[in-house]
Design a protein around this ligand. Structure first.
Ligand SMILES: [Zn+2]
Length: 322
């Protein structure tokens, strides 16, 4: 099932239909917009064997089935799991060799590199050689939440497809199409900040509850003093596995708070629990919220590289509130 981004998807479909696909793409945009899911769907589409283009990807042909089982010989998904430069360079070299082979089952060899900005500069540069060589039936898709961190000479060789947050109505429509209870769609849409993958996650009642608890904890912190904040940040950064998700909750809540303050989202449209959370936080000026949003987003971006001290970086961001 596709989750929004109709324009981008139609563009990709058209390029396949007209046989005008690029050799290398950059799918850029914020986290949880579904870039990887669409890249995988694009890979299915490229190699689907159905006779009827409108049916593609059909999910029935042998190519689609191999994709479903994650064992398609012409599909490669590279993820940077350990963030060690030597491993990263080896992965990129392996990719170069892999792409030089002829496709077996499909028409194209398709490779996706997820979160390419987390690769070291040396590993990114190693990819240049691959991008410079003329390729036959190959499609490489780089995915990045922060394309600003990519080497410029690489970006210039890619066709960029930008992904934006969906409107709240689009999220509501997707939730309804997924069978969500109508009484929940507005609530989830407000919390998901236009991110379809987040909306999908919040369809799970446990995740929704967890998210609202995190927001509650964060909203309760907003009017506290620095000593309290620094203590909370210390606790937060000790749970390093949950840190990205917690930061995401903070960012989305601050964004929603800002939108309510600016009148873009009507407070009356929020459910009662959400309205309560806004209580004290409402006294924070919009300008401070905006600086905090900007600064925390930058921190999030810096943390996607491994060598930043999370505690110090978050403390610095929070100073915007004082
Ligand atoms: Zn198929």
């Amino acid at each position: 099932m596709m989750w929004g981004h109709r324009k981008q998807w139609q563009f990709l479909r058209k390029s396949v239909q007209l046989e005008k696909t690029s050799h290398a793409y950059l799918f850029s945009g914020k986290k949880l917009l579904g870039k990887k899911e669409i890249a995988q769907e694009f890979a299915r589409l490229l190699n689907c064997q159905s006779e009827d283009f409108d049916e593609k990807p059909c999910r029935k042909c042998s190519s689609c089935r191999e994709m479903e089982k994650s064992c398609h010989p012409d599909f490669l998904l590279i993820e940077n799991t350990d963030k060690i430069e030597e491993t990263e360079i080896n992965l990129i070299r392996h990719l170069g060799n892999w792409l030089s082979l002829k496709p077996g089952l499909g028409k194209f060899k398709v490779a996706i590199i997820d979160q390419f900005q987390t690769f070291s500069l040396a590993a990114q540069s190693a990819l240049l050689k691959t991008l410079e060589e003329p390729r036959g039936q190959t499609v490489l898709i780089l995915i990045s939440d922060y394309p600003e961190l990519l080497v410029l000479t690489i970006i210039s060789r890619l066709q960029e497809i930008k992904f934006n947050p969906l409107s709240s109505q689009e999220i509501v429509d997707l939730l309804l199409a997924a069978g969500a209870d109508e009484s929940l769609t507005d609530r989830i849409s407000h919390l998901s900040s236009g991110k379809p993958l987040k909306a999908r996650r919040l369809l799970n009642p446990d995740d929704l509850k967890k998210e609202e608890e995190r927001i509650k904890r964060f909203a309760g912190m907003l009017n506290q003093d620095l000593v309290f904040w620094f203590h909370e940040i210390e606790v937060l950064t000790k749970e390093s596995d949950a840190l990205p998700e917690n930061l995401e909750v903070w960012l989305d809540f601050i964004r929603l708070l800002f939108l309510v303050k600016m009148g873009v989202v009507k407070k009356g449209n929020l459910d009662q629990n959400q309205q309560k959370l806004f209580g004290k936080a409402e006294s924070i000026p919009a300008s401070k919220l905006k600086s905090l949003l900007f600064s925390l987003d930058k921190t999030n971006y810096l943390l996607s590289r491994s060598n930043v001290n999370p505690r110090l970086a978050i403390e610095n961001s929070i100073l915007e509130l004082f």
